[in-house]
Design a protein around this ligand. Sequence first.
Ligand code: SF4
Length: 328
Amino acid sequence: MSKKGRVFSGARPTGRQHLGNYLGAIQNYVALQDEYECVYCIVDIHALTTVEDTLNLRQNTYEMALDWLAAGIRPEESIVFVQSHVPQVMELHTLLSMVTPLGKLTDLPTFKEKVRQQPDNVNYGLVGYPVLMTADIVLYKTDVVPVGIDQAPHIEFAREIVRSFNYRYGTKVLVEPQMKNTKILKVLGIDGKEKMGKSLNNHIELAATPEETGKRVMQMVTDPQRLRRNDPGNPDVCNVFSMHKIFSTAEEVEMINADCRTAALGCVDCKKRLAANMNKSLAPFRAKRTELDANPQYVKDVLDDGAKRARAIAEQTMAEVREAIQLP
Ligand code: SF4
């Protein structure tokens, strides 16, 4: 392997992706391909722990894969697939669950948070979520998992499960994944308060039309102290300005920074510029997406091929795992 090792990352099938998804994860996925052999998984089984209505699951999976491909994930190099297409992950999940103390799972802050969020649907899947996540990672002999600071405890827990398994069966068959600390950009939604997300309807879709993008940008909350056009503004507390830093040139950012503070620039004009720069920057992505979407069979073929390649690695790992346990 000429690359540095294998990376695994998974994301739930949330359908059309938004700017928060792109800036927080997808652009990292694309960049990692230059250094690592990448395995990117759409984790549909994980989604079932919280999603009861599966009517849109297939379409959401398709839309998400489409966005990943249009954004620059290269399926000829990277393995892109759907979690449930590799049933070996369910088998490994069961086997790993035998070395995972139940008390540790129910003590995890993420589990407690889910219990608070959905008290009427505290299902077994929620308890076993970290075990399935560990199975996802180790099934593909992953060397490295890209994580933000808040996800580090999950990977540490996965490493513990791996150590318990290897110790219990006197083997080294499972690889402890390393963490690759990645600066995950936290993108605020158009409300300027919460993290961008579909559930809060504060997002801007990557695949939105330029008109839709313009409309959403116009809805963005600005400096709350700037009540009138002639009031000077403070870009440091304005999410529109944060977005300019991503989508506008350095000169433009400098100019907005100065002109906002003297009220030489109004918020409407500032937003119009942002929408124009966003649309310009997203134009190649949108053109590619439209082209790929004209041939849905291509996306299906990518996912089928990814699953085939993923299953080949998974089956090899499972043969070693079964042997280590000495399953009859
Ligand atoms: Fe924000 Fe721009 Fe208005 Fe200043 S001019 S408060 S940066 S939207």
